[in-house]
Design a protein around this ligand. Structure first.
Ligand code: PLP
Length: 379
């Protein structure tokens, strides 16, 4: 089945009792049993819920996986995944990653005895340097947030296989419309469904997708045992969002290109970070693993002054100044004080994240209006 057909049909089926074509919101915590243990596959909604089942199956199908697991947020999905590890285990992570993931790794899991190494992954040499028998997981975000670095998933998968470690790819920025990491050798795909997958800035949710039955069983145990599961109403909203994922992503990519090209020629802009440019350091890798280049763009103004960036952010009229990304509407943000404030300044600078960097999530409005807004805000 091709992607657009999957986005609409995969994982979902008409309601068996009424024929309702859209998945009903099964707003129930429990299910009646005919006799103890004799039930219809559903006992309690933390464990299973039919609306959640359909969402999990839909996300798994889009990622070319076999099993999906949905969570109350992207962070709950990561939390569940890291609980596969034991004290003494080590994780090698990209050093340019979502601030909340960094915070969870360093502030929550490090005190439990799990060690995290944060390294650049433009090539795999720094990963190889940190590999040891204790390495159990390699964490990749690509393109990275907010510097839009691209990491070679096939190369990371090769290193992970050699080390006997799991390769996890946070596919939030790309979505399966742009890349399917399981096809490139990853073991787990993680999503903040809050972003492009939901697509309408009206829900917070996360997911994991795998294709290995045993790994799925371990994660499903943790999902139920720890309980960070979403409610059925939220699952319904993401199911609805997924049906237009391909159309939205196509427009995000078209608008992203128009905005990136406009910014690149602007006399007040020093640098634009977007993997679609041929001079992007890993453009060839991006072209080899992504179907297009997405609608996330970061840029720095000439002079690299935080106050200039703040003034631009305050002048935007269409781009709303807000955390998050991937909704139909365009957003702008200041990673150093917003999404990435939980990363210490010296770590941010080491990763190349300047205090004047502006991040855009380019929406699906008319590109001409977006460019007009950029023109008046940058001046
Ligand atoms: N991963 C990435 C790349 C993100 O941008 C975010 C949130 O911004 C998350 C994970 C966390 O997801 P959530 O906010 O749904 O918990």
């Amino acid at each position: 089945m091709k992607f657009a057909t999957k986005a609409i049909h995969a994982g979902v089926y008409p309601d068996p009792t009424t024929g309702a074509i859209m998945t009903p919101i099964y707003q129930t915590s429990t299910y009646v049993q005919r006799s103890p243990g004799d039930h219809k596959g559903y006992e309690y909604s933390r464990t299973h819920n039919p609306t959640r089942t359909q969402l999990q199956d839909a996300v798994a199908a889009l990622e070319n996986g076999t099993h999906g697991l949905a969570f109350a947020s992207g962070m709950a999905a990561i939390d569940c995944l890291i609980k596969l590890l034991q004290p003494g285990d080590e994780v090698i992570s990209t050093n340019d990653l979502y601030g909340g993931t960094y915070r969870l790794f360093t502030k929550v899991f490090e005190p439990y005895g799990i060690k995290f190494h944060f390294v650049p992954m433009g090539d795999m040499s720094a990963v190889r340097e940190k590999l040891s028998a204790r390495t159990k997981l390699i964490w990749v975000e690509t393109p990275t947030n907010p510097l839009l670095n691209v990491i070679d998933i096939r190369a990371a998968a090769e290193v992970a296989k050699e080390a006997g470690a799991l390769l996890v790819v946070d596919n939030t920025f790309s979505t399966p419309y742009l890349q399917t990491p399981l096809d490139l050798g990853a073991d787990v795909v993680m999503h903040s469904l809050t972003k492009y997958m939901g697509g309408h800035s009206d829900v917070v949710m996360g997911a994991l997708v795998v294709k290995d039955d045993q790994l799925h069983e371990r994660l499903r145990f943790l999902q139920n045992a720890c309980g960070g599961t979403p409610g059925p109403q939220d699952c319904f909203l993401v199911l609805r969002g997924l049906k237009t994922l391909h159309l939205r992503m196509q427009r995000h990519c078209e608008n992203g290109r128009a905005v990136a090209e406009y910014l690149r020629q602007h006399e007040k802009v020093e640098k634009v970070f977007w993997p679609g440019f041929e001079n992007h350091p890993n453009h060839a890798v991006a072209a080899g693993q992504m179907r297009d280049f997405g609608g996330m763009i970061s840029f720095v103004l000439k002079g690299d002054k935080q106050e200039d960036a703040v003034a631009v952010l305050e002048r935007f009229k269409l781009f709303a100044l807000a955390e998050s990304l991937g909704g139909v509407e365009s957003l702008c943000g200041h990673p150093a004080t917003m999404t990435h404030a939980s990363i210490p300044p010296e770590e941010r600078r080491k990763a190349g994240l300047s205090d004047s960097l502006i991040r855009l999530s380019v929406g699906i409005e008319d590109a001409e209006d977006l460019i007009e807004d950029l023109a008046q805000a940058i001046g």
